[in-house]
Design a protein around this ligand. Structure first.
Ligand SMILES: O=C(O)CCC(=O)C(=O)O
Length: 310
């Protein structure tokens, strides 16, 4: 067995990062999870496997306009909110100015050149928001923050940024196996086009309505775990299962040929990924920000590790 599948190694790691686990303390109490903050945590610890977010339980077309705060949004955003329950995503065209996108691109360039940011997992530049005031501020854009708080009816806080220079090429997935919450549904992501996206650069793709699929959790694709070790399946087994589910349900696939400054917001369970790059000469500069609700349990379902937040 590989060491990374051996849970005691995670417990030790968690112990060394104890402070970054304290965010879960109140939530463990609130949801009656009687576990140490350093212990493994997974969906098996929780009674229900469905989202409790108000726009998943109810239909935004019927209830959103009645909620306080709705009237503060522009007519365009109001329309997007109304369609949220049905679509599971929204697009804010031309949201960030070219000057803001250029400033973010220059900042990323600078951080890469001085060695502060390096590619991880192939093509991902992680946590630039912790290394740049400019990028941190972009993740806390006032209208977007208000919108995310409204969509989940909770305070949403940035967890991480991922910057891409090229397309991710990542197969279809839901973020909810990577950043899981209890109750389910309390993650949300924004994706920002930092340049015009070319069709051959590996655009982001997504499946409208796929957020209504059941959340795929460890029990569904990697059940054979034990107290001491994770299950024996690998991440590609999860990706195969997602693809089968999409085929079976015949979801239409959309590719996002975004313009610089456009923003896509997606639901915690919307299936999405990065198309294969057909022409490697094209960059696809973009930034993803994942936000968690501040008062829920936050963890990584695949490895059963509580999320580290600083
Ligand atoms: O930008 C992309 O190609 C995909 C990003 C993504 O899937 C994610 O951050 O969850």
């Amino acid at each position: 067995m590989s060491l990374k599948n051996f849970k005691p190694v995670h417990w030790l790691y968690n112990l060394f990062h104890y402070k970054q686990l304290l965010h879960n303390k109140k939530a463990y109490k609130k949801y009656n999870l009687h576990k140490s903050l350093i212990a493994s945590v997974s969906s098996k610890d929780f009674p229900d496997k469905e989202s409790r977010a108000w726009l998943d339980v109810g239909d935004s077309a019927l209830i959103a306009s009645k909620k306080e705060g709705f009237e503060q949004f522009s007519p365009q955003i109001q329309q997007n909110i109304i369609q949220w329950s049905e679509k599971g995503y929204m697009i804010l065209e031309n949201y960030f100015s070219p000057a803001t996108c250029d400033a973010i691109n220059e900042e990323i360039d600078k951080l890469m050149k001085n060695g502060t940011l390096q590619f991880k997992w192939g093509n991902k530049l992680m946590f630039a928001n912790k290394k740049s005031e400019l990028i941190r501020q972009a993740t806390q854009d006032k209208v977007i923050s208000r919108l995310l708080n409204f969509l989940l009816d909770k305070e949403m806080v940035p967890f991480q940024t991922i910057n891409f220079i090229n397309g991710s090429g990542q197969r279809a997935h839901s973020d909810s196996v990577h950043m899981t919450t209890y109750p389910l549904g309390y993650l949300i992501a924004i994706w920002v086009a930092l340049e015009d996206v070319h069709a051959d650069s590996g655009p982001l793709f997504y499946y409208p309505g796929s957020h209504k699929l059941p959340y795929l959790l460890n029990n569904d694709w990697n059940a054979n775990n034990s107290f001491l070790s994770l299950g024996k399946n690998d991440y590609p087994d999860y990706e195969d299962m997602v693809e089968e589910l999409l085929e079976k349900n015949k979801f239409p696939r959309q590719e996002l040929l975004a313009k610089k400054g456009d923003v896509l917001i997606w639901h915690a369970n919307l299936i999405h990924g990065g198309a294969p790059i057909r022409n490697k000469a094209f960059t696809r500069k973009s930034m993803v920000v994942h936000y968690y609700a501040s008062d829920v349990i936050k963890y990584h379902e695949i490895t059963e590790r509580p999320s580290l937040l600083s």
